[in-house]
Design a protein around this ligand. Structure first.
Ligand SMILES: Nc1ncnc2c1ncn2[C@@H]1O[C@H](COP(=O)(O)OP(=O)(O)O)[C@@H](O)[C@H]1O
Ligand SMILES: [Mg+2]
Length: 299
């Protein structure tokens, strides 16, 4: 089943058409990376999914139910972490989650169980300080716990890592990866390395449309690169190859990167065979997301 299906979504602000027919399917399970530059329309898309913005055209289904602008029925499936989450910062994390559980009508006993589970998950159990003094990373982690309180089928996080340092980013990515057992995760970002780290599926939003989407592994293996990593048994051989082929660059004592140019991989192989150079390994490199993105953006 598709957890979220967006079809031909259009949205303009004044004379600026931000979404020009976005079509996107988020399969159930896994971690979905919604990628786009600043201003591409990621937040606009997410707010439309939550029924907070009225689309000009198009349909959205959450767990096969249509989203209706201004109504919240489909939001019972969704946990949402906005790009700039706001809290009552005089509360402690435990008080805050209890409060959120109460206003959403959760059972008292369930609030306690779920609260403790989630504080543990996001590394805030035993945190007795008020939210006021929290770092951005701690606030994001608490925001994820809050979004997960009602056991949503779909967790939507709007740029959860963008304002964080590398350690804070890693903590968030680890949490998102861990929760995919409980819920489908959809997060937006412009940081491609975050996507490469944890996403199973991706969509690139560019120029108002989704210009590439699918399973990350399939997208990567579907694109061939002309780059190879070569490892020789002996150091001297690696140096010989680097001198002989301008396409070769040393990347370690016995390691080279070979990018096909005037010489192809076959010519390199022929040379290896002629000189009886012993090889420890040859591997074709996977394209980076960055290079794939640049390719579609240039078209
Ligand atoms: N309420 C609004 N009124 C006018 N323009 C808006 C509004 N919301 C967003 N925009 C514009 O729409 C574009 C997409 O914004 P946004 O969805 O926030 O992008 P992203 O989240 O990908 O950075 C931007 O150019 C932004 O200025
Ligand atoms: Mg945004």
């Amino acid at each position: 089943m598709e957890m979220l299906q967006i079809t031909n979504l259009k949205k303009r602000f004044g004379d600026k058409e931000v979404l020009k027919g976005v079509t996107l399917a988020v399969p159930e399970g896994g971690v979905f990376g919604f990628i786009g530059k600043n201003g591409a329309g990621k937040t606009t898309t997410m707010k439309t999914v939550l029924g907070l913005l009225k689309p000009d055209e198009g349909t959205i289904l959450v767990a096969d139910e249509p989203v209706v602008y201004g109504q919240t029925a489909t939001n019972r499936y969704i946990g949402y972490l906005p790009d700039v989450p706001e809290f009552y910062d005089f509360m402690t994390p435990s008080e805050y989650l209890t409060f959120c559980g109460e206003i959403t009508g959760m059972d008292k006993k369930d609030i306690v169980t779920r609260r403790e589970e989630l504080l543990e998950l996001v590394g805030l159990s035993g945190e007795k300080h008020r939210i006021k003094g929290f770092s951005r990373g701690m606030k994001q982690r608490l925001g994820i716990a809050q979004a997960l309180l009602g056991r949503p089928k779909l967790l939507i996080c709007d740029e959860p890592t963008s304002a964080l340092d590398p350690v804070g980013r890693k903590e968030i990515l680890d949490i998102l990866q861990a929760v995919k057992e409980q819920t489908t995760v959809l997060f937006s970002t412009h940081i491609l390395s975050d996507v490469e780290r944890i996403c199973t599926d991706i969509a690139f939003l560019h120029d108002g449309v989704v210009c590439m989407q699918g399973k990350l592994s399939e997208i990567k293996s579907g694109k061939r690169t002309e780059e190879y990593r070569i490892e020789t048994e002996r150091e001297a051989d690696a140096r010989t190859l680097a001198e002989k082929f301008s396409e070769c660059a040393l990347s370690g004592e016995r390691q080279l990167l070979f990018r096909e140019g005037k010489a192809t991989i076959f010519e390199l192989m022929r040379f290896l065979a002629d000189k009886e150079i012993e090889i420890a390994g040859v591997e074709r490199m996977e394209p980076s997301l960055e290079s794939l993105f640049m390719e579609v953006v240039k078209k």
